[in-house]
Write a protein that binds this ligand. Structure first.
Ligand SMILES: *[C@@H]1O[C@H](CO)[C@@H](O)[C@H](O)[C@H]1NC(C)=O
Length: 303
């Protein structure tokens, strides 16, 4: 009797549900206002970002838009005068990020070898960012909006989209979204990608980067801020390298992923500390994983 009653109650829902068209993306897609709101939550949840005194920049020279492509060295000194490594890089998400940065061949055309030790490092990084409040907020948001069914499926997809390999040179699996955005690549005789301030700092410290000038400084008065830099990596030039400075790794990959999942291949408007933050993402259209899902081709803040 009881079961019959429950069945009768459920029957209309089952019939109604079966007759509905695929509602997933249209019903659950995040609105622009929801993106602004969750972006502010990610910003305020970011406890691992640098405090004001943890990073000191020596900007030196502001290049005009006509000067950015010249490759002229307007700065005789490094841009990073000081980074509180003992404090920031001891934090687990920073140390896991840094562990990944020696895993890549920077010039495209050579297949990336990925020994199991590097898979372990990737998993350790992803595990660590998923422990943060920034990621629990992002994960809850994407699941609540129907982009993923669970934190686990989001995490599995994040690994594929950022670390899955593809070829930029029609052959060897020489690239990934992570390598492009966080490590940087030399492609077609230029620096391609390279949007991580931690990588910039470490490469500059190692004598591999020559900072030339800056062309943009975001409206923030504390970290993270967003800058546009001109620089050389060995002999190769980046005429406009935009990046967060002073952000935590989890914050960067969270805002990129938020935009990549909800507003792929477009300019995505977020908010951070009451200021507008624009993120551009691109999907890699030439190969896919899973059921036609695309790898990250690029993601960066727009200045
Ligand atoms: C990607 O696909 C486009 C369009 O088919 C093609 O023009 C381009 O050469 C491809 N690039 C690579 C690296 O495979």
């Amino acid at each position: 009797m009881k079961y019959t009653a429950i069945l009768l109650l459920l029957l209309p829902c089952v019939i109604y549900g079966a007759s509905l068209p695929e509602p997933r993306m249209t019903v659950f897609a995040a609105t622009n206002d929801e993106l602004l709101n969750v972006a502010e939550q990610l910003y305020s949840a970011d406890v691992n970002k640098a405090a004001s005194g943890d990073v000191t920049l020596n900007l030196q020279y502001k290049a005009s838009s006509a000067q950015t492509s010249s490759g002229t060295d307007f700065a005789s000194q490094r841009i990073f005068s000081y980074v509180n490594e003992a404090k920031l890089f001891a934090r687990p998400t920073f140390s896991r990020l840094i562990a990944l940065l020696d895993n890549y061949v920077k010039t495209t055309g050579t297949a990336e070898s990925v020994p199991s030790s590097e898979i372990t490092e990737q998993n350790a990084f992803v595990d660590e960012i998923f422990k943060t409040t920034v990621f629990s907020r992002l994960s809850s948001f994407l699941v609540s909006k129907g982009y993923y069914t669970s934190t686990e499926s989001f995490k599995a997809d994040l690994k594929e989209m950022w670390f899955g390999l593809y070829t930029r040179t029609k052959g060897p699996l020489d690239s990934s979204g992570f390598e492009h955005a966080f490590h940087g690549e030399i492609h077609g005789g230029k620096i391609s990608g390279f949007h991580s301030w931690v990588q910039f700092y470490l490469q500059e410290k190692a004598g591999q980067i020559n900072y030339l000038s800056y062309s943009a400084d975001g409206p923030w008065t504390s970290y993270p801020d967003v800058y546009g830099f001109q620089f050389k990596w060995s002999t190769y030039l980046k005429t406009l390298g935009s990046m967060f400075v002073g952000s935590s790794p989890e914050y960067e990959i969270a805002v990129y992923t938020l935009c990549y999942v909800t507003r792929p291949d477009s300019l995505c408007t977020l908010r951070a500390g009451g200021q507008t933050l624009k993120i551009q993402t691109y999907t890699w259209a030439n190969s896919s994983y899973g059921n036609g899902k695309r790898y990250v081709a690029s993601a960066y803040p727009v200045v």
